[in-house]
Design a protein around this ligand. Structure first.
Ligand code: CTP
Length: 420
């Protein structure tokens, strides 16, 4: 089994609030590049996540996207000049330095990066950046030849040495360039969003180890066919990412049928069947503090899968099923200090069934999902969970994105984690 750290992609809808972004102040500097339009999406997502966003634009950025667009999206006037928006003699141009929890520059031109590296402050954007002493994130966008230029690379290295964070640029199509343009395109807004979330997160779970299972399992009945289920893995992936944002070391045991890319910075173990998932969990269980069984593990597997592809001409196959191992039940029997979270997907007698599982499975928390509710979509981006704890608390969460729900789930299990 391999453990790797791949790239991820995800997007939210509904209510995206999560505690690391909610009520935080982001200063977003936009400099002169065609990629400025992408930062509109970034502002929208940050505002939806509960952030306040103060946009600062350079003169050339305003040639690409009008300040009014950013003002409408952020709900705040855009700052553009050192003196233009400010009453005479007012130090207001440095207010974003005090106010901001993070400074993000997206897109950042070679000129802006060069000025920052050289300590110059000849406009509002660079003046704020030179005075900013909290996390800074830069997402460059420029012509690939410029990006390769040794002077630009040296400036980037200099800023990195001073603790500035960079995201991208990446390879891909760019306006006005042919397809094989090279590296220079600004990182996608959702990745910049994720990085901001990381920079603002409070890693209170540092040193803790969390194992999360995610996605469906597949039980083969011949070499090319399997019995599966409709789990997208989005909830498990969100739990893994939120645990990572809390500072935990995370192992994500993920069914291959899960949708999209898994989260970044987690140890990934990809599995196919319930048996493989069980083996992976057992391998990592002893050293973990928390196991979150989000995966939709098959309850039955095919007893004797065919070694060769079944042919139609041989008629409809008769499949004999047998029970898979209940991984959560195994974990309950073998736990020493670990906290355990199980998920329950119930279509009838929801609370009653979930309470029964809490007791029968002897877990610390059950997250109940009712797929019959119109807004609690199986496979979608949002969910409405009810959390039942060992201490008989019933916490009904509102409709939240899976990331926000995952955050609340982890907060709720905190009292049951082993004490250091
Ligand atoms: N689970 C598990 N191993 C299995 C099946 C399920 O660890 N072989 C876990 C799931 O990941 C989930 C929890 O058990 O966290 C509840 O699964 P569910 O299938 O809803 O409950 P069951 O107890 O299997 O009961 P039933 O299917 O009859 O509702």
């Amino acid at each position: 089994m391999t453990v790797s750290t791949p790239d991820r992609r995800d997007s939210g809808n509904a209510e995206t609030r999560s505690s690391s972004l909610d009520d935080r102040n982001v200063v977003l500097t936009v400099t002169g590049s065609i990629a400025a339009y992408k930062s509109c999406h970034l502002v929208r997502d940050l505002v939806r996540a509960g952030c306040r966003v103060q946009v600062v634009m350079t003169e050339s950025a305003a040639e690409f996207v009008g300040p009014l667009t950013f003002a409408a999206l952020s709900g705040r006037p855009v700052l553009t000049g050192l003196f233009s928006d400010v009453p005479p003699g007012s130090p207001v141009h440095l207010q974003p330095v005090e106010w901001g929890d993070v400074l993000v520059t997206a897109p950042a031109t070679a000129n802006y990066i060069g000025k920052l590296a050289g300590g110059l402050a000849d406009d509002l954007a660079t003046t704020i950046a030179q005075a900013f002493d909290k996390p800074i994130l830069i997402a460059p966008a420029m012509n690939p030849r410029m990006w390769k230029n040794r002077a630009v690379q040296r400036n980037v290295d200099l800023l990195k040495e001073r603790g500035v964070n960079f995201m991208g640029p990446v390879e891909g199509a760019m306006a006005g360039m042919d397809e094989q343009a090279g590296v220079g395109r600004m990182a996608e807004p959702h990745l910049i969003f994720d990085r901001i979330e990381e920079l603002l997160s409070d890693p209170t779970w540092r040193g803790k180890r969390v194992v999360v299972t995610s996605g469906p399992t597949r039980e083969p009945f011949d070499p090319v066919r399997f019995i599966g289920n409709r789990s997208s893995g989005r909830m498990g992936d969100a739990v893994a990412r939120q645990a990572r944002l809390k500072g935990a070391d995370v192992i994500l045991v993920r069914g291959r049928g899960a949708a999209g890319a898994p989260p970044e910075f987690v140890g990934l173990v990809e599995v196919e069947t319930a048996r493989e998932m069980s083996a992976a969990v057992k391998e990592h269980f002893d050293r973990c503090d928390l196991l979150v069984m989000t995966a939709a593990v098959a309850d039955w597997t095919v007893k004797k899968p065919s070694r060769s592809k079944l042919k139609k001409r041989d008629g409809a196959p008769v499949l004999t099923l047998e029970r898979t191992e209940d991984i959560l039940a195994w974990a309950c029997r073998n736990r020493k200090k670990q906290a355990l979270i199980g998920f329950a997907l119930e279509t009838e007698k929801h609370l009653e069934e979930a309470k029964r599982k809490l007791v029968d499975k002897d877990v610390d928390l059950i997250a109940l999902n009712d797929p019959t509710k119109a807004d609690s979509s199986f496979g979608g981006d949002s969910t409405r969970l009810t959390l039942l704890t060992r201490d008989e608390k019933v916490i009904e969460l509102p409709l939240l994105t899976k990331h926000a729900a995952a955050r609340r789930l982890l907060d709720a299990v905190e009292p049951y984690l082993p004490k250091p």
